[in-house]
Design a protein around this ligand. Structure first.
Ligand code: AFP
Length: 322
C-alpha cells in the first residue's frame, strides 16, 4: 500500500497539482473529524440562511465551505474557487494556476441522521489572460478537468480521485493522518442489475424514463428478462461510490415537478467530477442528449440531467430516448 504523494508522482502528476490536492485533503481531514464529533461539536442542524439555490444551509454546509474557502484561497495555487454555497466565484491568487469547484458537503439531508455525506471537487487550469474575479473562467467543459474526486465521510473516510490516469481509491489512515492508496484503476462492471433513482418523482418524469424504469421493475417477466434491485442514498457521493464499487446505474432525470427547474444536480461540482471518475473507470456519464463532460457551461450553478454508470445499462436506458 502506498501513500498519496508517491502514488500521484508515479502517475506523473505535476508537483503543483499534487500540492493543491494535498491542500484540499487537509480540509477534508478536518471535516472528517468534525463529522465524527456529531452532537459533541456545533455542526448539527440548520442555519437561518439559504444558499443561491434557495436551499436552507445546514451548519455543516457552512463550516465545510468556510474551511475549503480559507485553505484554498490562502494556498497560493488557486486563482479562484466556486462552491455550491457561494453566490458567485471568489478570487484567489492573481497568478494562481488552478480553479477549484466544489460541493463542500454533498448529501446535506443526511447530516442529522448520521448517514453518508461527502465532499466533491473538480480542478481546471485557470486561463492566464483573465482576471481572478471573472466567473467566466469557470465556463470550461468537464473534459478539461485536470483532477476530480470526492471524499466520503462514511464508516471509513475514503478519497476517490482521478487525474486522468485511472480512478483510484484511498482510505484515510488515522494512525498517521494520511490517505493510503488501497485500489488502483477501479473498473465499473459493464452490466448490472441495480439502479438508483428517486422513485417518488416517477409521475414527473418524461415518458422515456417512465418506460425504462417500468421495464426494470417488470423484472424477469418483462422485456429485460432479469430482476433489478433498487438503492437510493440521497447523497450522490454514496450512490456513485456504490456504482464504482460494484456497478449500477444512477440517474437524476429531467422532471416536471418544478417548471423552472427541470434538473436537480449541478454540472460543475456534482455531474462533471463524477463523470470524470466514472469514465476513467470504464463507465458512461450522459444526459439523454449526449456526454456530460462535453457540455459547455453557461453558469457556475447550472443544473443538468444525469444518467451514469455501467456502460451497457446506460446505453439501454438511452435507447428509450431514441
Ligand atoms: P444536498 O447536498 O443539497 O443535500 O443535495 C444532494 C443531492 O444534490 C445529491 O447528492 C443527491 O443525489 C440528490 O440531491 C438527492 O435528491 P433527493 O432529495 O431527490 O433525494
Amino acid at each position: 500500500m502506498q501513500r498519496l504523494a508517491p502514488a500521484l508522482r508515479e502517475d506523473n502528476v505535476p508537483l503543483d497539482l499534487i500540492s493543491l490536492i494535498k491542500t484540499i485533503l487537509a480540509a477534508t481531514k478536518e471535516i472528517s473529524f468534525r463529522v465524527s464529533q456529531a452532537q459533541l461539536g456545533d455542526i448539527m442542524g440548520s442555519t437561518s440562511d439559504e444558499n443561491i439555490q434557495g436551499e436552507v444551509q445546514k451548519k455543516l454546509d457552512v463550516v465545510a465551505n468556510d474551511l475549503f474557502k480559507d485553505i484554498l484561497l490562502e494556498s497560493g495555487f488557486v486563482k479562484a474557487i466556486s462552491s455550491e454555497e457561494e453566490d458567485t466565484s471568489v478570487a484567489g491568487e492573481k497568478d494562481g494556476k488552478y480553479l477549484v469547484s466544489f460541493d463542500p458537503l454533498d448529501g446535506s439531508s443526511n447530516i442529522d441522521i448520521n448517514s453518508l455525506i461527502g465532499t466533491i471537487f473538480s480542478i481546471h487550469e485557470a486561463p492566464s489572460d483573465m482576471d481572478a474575479s471573472d466567473p467566466d473562467m469557470f465556463k470550461q467543459a468537464g473534459h478539461k478537468q485536470v483532477c476530480a474526486g470526492y471524499v466520503l465521510y462514511g464508516p471509513s473516510t475514503m478519497l476517490v480521485m482521478t487525474t486522468g490516469r485511472g480512478t483510484h481509491f484511498y482510505v484515510l489512515d488515522r494512525t498517521h493522518g494520511g490517505y493510503i492508496l488501497v485500489e488502483r484503476n477501479v473498473q465499473v462492471p459493464v452490466d448490472t442489475q441495480e439502479f438508483a433513482i428517486n422513485m417518488s418523482n416517477q409521475r414527473f418524469w418524461q415518458p422515456a424514463m417512465q418506460n425504462y424504469i417500468g421495464d426494470l421493475l417488470a423484472g424477469d417477466t418483462g422485456p429485460r428478462g432479469k430482476n433489478f434491485n433498487m438503492r437510493w442514498i440521497a447523497a450522490m457521493v454514496g450512490d456513485i461510490h456504490r456504482v464504482l464499487c460494484r456497478g449500477g446505474i444512477f440517474t437524476y432525470p429531467t422532471d416536471s415537478k418544478n417548471a423552472k427547474q427541470p434538473y436537480k444536480l449541478r454540472l460543475m461540482y456534482e455531474a462533471n467530477p463524477m463523470a470524470f471518475l466514472l469514465e476513467q473507470a470504464g463507465a458512461l456519464a450522459m444526459t439523454s442528449e449526449g456526454r456530460i463532460m462535453d457540455i459547455e457551461p453557461t453558469d457556475i450553478h447550472q443544473r443538468v440531467e444525469v444518467i451514469m454508470g455501467s456502460k451497457n445499462e446506460v446505453e439501454a436506458c438511452l435507447s428509450y430516448y431514441k
